[in-house]
Design a protein around this ligand. Structure first.
Ligand SMILES: [Fe+2]
Length: 194
């Protein structure tokens, strides 16, 4: 017997999370990341590099190309149009006892490129809410060499790292090139005053 009540679906907002896998070695990029200076916001919270443009460093060139290619693919096939470029990028260092609290960024599509993930206890977790306000955790398992892209409107967090191995990840934001142009204009206006 078929379904009595027929249903039609419509998607009104795009919340697709996509994963890509980097096929090359990233030992040098990880070494470079380990040597960066890190800021610790609060005890127990993840540390993040002072450098907010790590993907524009020469050492990160190959990974930047990979990420931009994946971003282009996401824009074309998931968002079905537009243009996004990498804006801020940093490295997150999560040692034993540290976690990432729920947050969003100033971004359109966010990305995480994983260098080292100690175990399955530190997935990327999204707070999901349905139309009735019911919330649950949507856990995306992650591994070294994987890139996850997701819309910034999704609040996300990472549970405490209970492993002795440090979890290293590149985090980045993306914006429409027109927004970056606007920032450049604003930055050059204020830099004249200095
Ligand atoms: Fe984040």
């Amino acid at each position: 017997m078929g379904t009595k009540n027929k249903r039609q679906d419509a998607t009104i907002s795009n919340t697709i999370i996509s994963k890509y896998v980097y096929q090359n070695s990233f030992d040098k990029e990880l070494d470079f990341s380990k040597k960066l200076e890190y800021q610790n916001y609060k005890h127990g919270r993840v540390e993040s590099s002072f450098n907010r443009g790590v993907l524009f460093e020469k050492e990160m060139e190959k990974i930047r190309h990979f990420i931009q290619e994946c971003l282009d693919d996401y824009v074309l096939n998931i968002l079905k149009g537009g243009e996004l470029i990498i804006s801020q990028s940093w490295v997150g260092r999560q040692e034993k006892g540290q976690s990432v609290e729920p947050h969003t960024h100033i971004s359109e599509i966010n990305g995480c490129f994983y260098f080292t993930v100690p175990d399955e206890e530190t997935p990327l977790v999204f707070n999901r809410e349905n139309q009735l306000g019911f919330r649950d955790d949507f856990r995306v398992p992650v591994n070294g060499g994987e890139l996850v892209l997701f819309p910034n409107k999704l609040e996300h967090w990472v549970p405490e790292n209970k492993n002795n191995q440090t979890r290293y990840v590149i985090g980045f934001n993306s914006r429409n090139p027109a927004v970056i142009k606007e920032w450049t204009k604003i930055a050059s206006f204020y830099s004249k005053d200095e």
